[in-house]
Every structure is written in structure tokens, then in C-alpha cells.
Design a protein around this ligand. Structure first.
Ligand code: ATP
Ligand code: MG
Length: 391
């Protein structure tokens, strides 16, 4: 696990900081994931060196969050985020603090972290610094706040949703006092920026036990302060690779309200378009997909819709492979049609108008359905007949 290039780069950064007389460790998600034998996406380093000091040790750095003490070190194998040990300043509105204070002690830095499993540091020699028994909690599969849970959630309300997200991502339980504190503080989630909430839900949807996460969302009471209807029982067995599929399924549960609900989470236009297509494909599937449906929707959209139908037990027999049906279509893209609007205008001698789009759509449908071959002459004959053109 620690052989990948992110870990190697992080260890190389630590070595160079140590040679310069500073202390540095790997912290946060990467240490937790290593203990769980999970691949980490980013391996973060924490150090007692101040940001300016970090910049003097390395040739190539980028100031990505210097006011929070983070410098990106561009190692040849991978970039590494290096953050100065810090404590958080005053929390005024249940969101991230305006200011941070740099400190020289790792213990203080670990104390500001949200959960025991996220507050473990690893030294370059592979030994751990674990003041809050994070390793014990990881072994037991428990999410436990560092320090007094109620205080920690009052500081930053997003931590409550992070607890739920981790319960889905890792299949962990939430320790009783931590869960109770969320129940008490749940309404504070309303203070948190929608973008931060969306980022957590993005991770929840692709978790290994989404049903567990949604159950925790309900048990914790957070569900009452989030936009939309979560309907716990609908998530049994739910498992997807792509967060947008999670949003599509969530949208399906909302019924007619889906656009309003998803907009509240600030989905991008691209994400909204994908969700809309999956819902379209899902509804089309109730009657069975036509060739035109296979043509219109992408493989990913059809696969998501089919998966949702299976999940809702609307389909009991396995369908023909979507990929095969798509491959057998006469054409796959609109551009492959051998005629265009100009041809129709020329053949008909008529002016542009709504009829043109309609005629092209009819031709496309007939070609996709295999009722008309995609050849100029055939299409011209067909067009002459359908539109009753005089030769
Ligand atoms: P992921 O695998 O999803 O990236 P992560 O634990 O690495 O999970 P990050 O958001 O990348 O999560 O944060 C890195 C670390 O910073 C966490 O492990 C935790 O120690 C600390 N942290 C992040 N967000 C908070 C927060 N809101 N409050 C306290 N500590 C936090
Ligand atoms: Mg991380």
C-alpha cells in the first residue's frame, strides 16, 4: 500500500524536512486508509516548519492555501500537500474558522481533527503517533469524535455529515456519544455551505455501504435538515461507482420535485443533464426500450437506469446486454445519417420550417428502427412518398 508514488513522494518530503531540522509526518485520510488496506488518493504531510520555512527547503512549491498553512511541494513522482501544524481559531458561525494559528506541537494539530481514525500520524519509520486511540477505533470499525463531540460539532457542523459519510464509505458504526451529539446539533447543518454538503454526499453515494449511511442520516436526525426525501428503505443494496449515479437515484426518489431538490445541492449542468437522461431512460424502460431509446441514451445512462429498475425489483429476468443492442443499431450517432436538412430542402423545394426538423426526426427513427436503410436513394424515395412530392 505504501509503495505507491504518492506515499513515496510523501516520505521523500518528510526526509528532506527532517534533514533541514524539522519534524514531519503523514496524517489524516492516508494513514487511516493504510490501516484499512484501502488505497488513498492523497497522502498529506504535516510539519512543525512554518509555510515560509517549507518553501525554503524545496525548490518547486505552489502556494495553494498558504493562509491555512498549506504548501504544495512538487516532488518528481507526485505533488504533496504539506501543512504546518495548526490549531483552528474562533468558530463564529458553525463553519470553518476564519483564521488558524500555527503551532509547533503535533499533539495540538491532531487534537483539532474530527475523528479519532483521522487523527493518527505516521512517522517515516512506519511508527504511529496515536494520542486518541484511532487504531483501536479503526479495528472496531467505530467513528468517534476527538474530544467532546458536542463541542466539536458546534465548531464545525459539517463534521456531523462527515461522520455519516464515513459510515457509508467504510461501513463503520458511529459511537453512541458521537451519534447523540449529532442528534442534538443536527439543525446546525443548515449553516454549512451547500457545496460542502454536496461534496460529502458525492462521497456517500459511492461508499461501500450506502444503506448504512442513509440509515445513519435518519437516526442522527440530519435528514430533517437536508433538502429532499431520503427514504431509507429504497437504498438497500445500493452500490455505484460514480457519484452522479447516486444523484440520479436520489432524484428518482424525489418524483416530480427532483429538479428543485437537486438544484439546492448545486449540481453542475453536466450532472443535471446526466440525471435527466437516466430518469428518461428509466421511465422508458417501464414499457421496454425501443431502438430509439438505445440510440438516444448513452451506455452509462442505460446501465444506470437498468440497475435502478433491478434494485426496485421491477425487472426479474436479465436483459440482453445493452452494449450488444447498441452495437447492432444501424447507426450510433445522428451525424452518421447520410442526409441532412439541406438535402430535404433541395428535394422538396420548400422553405425552412418546423416540418424540416420533424422530417429529419422521422427519417432518423426509421433508420434506427431498421425500417429504412441509411442510403441517399432509399431515403429520397421514402421522403418523396411520405411527403407526397411530385417528381
Ligand atoms: P477522504 O478519504 O475522503 O479524503 P479524509 O479523511 O482524507 O477523507 P479530507 O477532507 O481530505 O478527509 O481531510 C483530511 C484530514 O483533515 C482528515 O483526515 C481530518 O484529519 C482533517 N479534517 C478534514 N475536515 C475536517 C473538519 N471539518 N474538521 C476537523 N478535521 C478535519
Ligand atoms: Mg483526503
Amino acid at each position: 500500500m505504501q509503495n505507491n508514488k504518492e506515499w513515496q513522494a510523501a516520505f521523500s518530503v518528510i526526509e528532506q524536512l527532517e534533514e533541514a531540522g524539522f519534524e514531519a509526518v503523514v496524517v489524516g485520510g492516508a494513514v487511516r486508509d493504510a490501516l484499512l488496506n484501502r488505497q488513498a488518493h492523497d497522502v498529506d504531510v504535516a510539519t512543525n516548519a512554518l509555510p515560509q520555512e517549507v518553501k525554503t527547503v524545496f525548490n518547486r512549491t505552489v502556494d495553494i492555501g498558504i493562509q491555512h498553512g498549506t504548501v504544495l511541494v512538487l516532488e518528481p513522482t507526485a505533488p504533496v500537500e504539506v501543512t504546518t501544524y495548526r490549531t483552528d481559531g474562533e468558530y463564529t458561525d458553525h463553519r470553518r474558522p476564519e483564521e488558524v494559528h500555527f503551532v509547533r506541537s503535533l499533539k495540538e494539530d491532531l487534537q483539532r481533527r474530527d475523528f479519532t481514525m483521522n487523527a493518527i500520524a505516521m512517522r517515516r519509520d512506519g511508527t504511529f503517533v496515536d494520542y486518541y486511540n484511532g487504531q483501536r477505533d479503526i479495528e472496531a470499525g467505530v467513528i468517534r469524535a476527538v474530544g467532546e463531540a458536542k463541542v466539536r460539532f458546534a465548531e464545525d457542523a459539517l463534521r456531523m455529515l462527515r461522520a455519516v459519510r464515513f459510515s457509508a464509505q467504510l461501513g463503520f458504526t458511529i459511537e453512541a456519544k458521537t451519534l447523540q451529539a449529532i442528534q442534538e446539533k443536527a439543525s446546525d447543518i443548515a449553516w454549512v455551505a451547500k457545496e460542502r454538503i454536496k461534496a460529502e454526499l458525492d462521497k456517500l453515494w459511492v461508499g461501500k455501504d450506502v444503506y448504512n449511511g442513509i440509515k445513519k442520516l435518519e437516526e442522527s436526525g440530519l435528514v430533517s435538515y437536508l433538502q429532499g426525501d431520503f427514504q431509507v428503505e429504497q437504498w438497500k443494496g445500493f452500490s455505484v461507482q460514480n457519484a452522479t449515479c447516486g444523484w440520479a437515484y436520489f432524484a428518482l426518489i424525489q418524483g416530480d420535485q427532483w429538479q428543485e431538490v437537486l438544484r439546492a445541492y448545486r449540481l453542475s449542468n453536466k450532472e443535471m443533464a446526466f440525471v435527466k437522461a437516466v430518469l428518461g431512460a428509466f421511465h422508458a424502460l417501464q414499457k421496454g426500450w425501443t431502438s430509439m431509446d438505445y440510440f438516444t441514451y448513452s451506455l452509462e445512462e442505460l446501465e444506470a437506469a437498468q440497475y435502478f429498475a433491478q434494485l426496485k425489483e421491477l425487472m426479474n429476468h436479465s436483459q440482453q446486454s445493452i452494449r450488444e443492442v447498441q452495437a447492432s443499431l444501424p447507426i450510433r450517432h445522428r451525424q452518421e445519417l447520410v442526409v441532412n436538412g439541406m438535402d430535404l430542402l433541395q428535394w422538396s423545394g420548400q422553405k425552412r420550417g418546423p416540418w424540416l426538423k420533424e422530417a429529419l426526426q422521422l427519417i432518423l427513427t426509421a433508420v434506427v428502427n431498421g425500417e429504412l436503410t441509411n442510403e441517399q436513394n432509399h431515403i429520397k424515395d421514402w421522403f418523396a412518398r411520405e411527403y407526397d412530392l411530385k417528381e
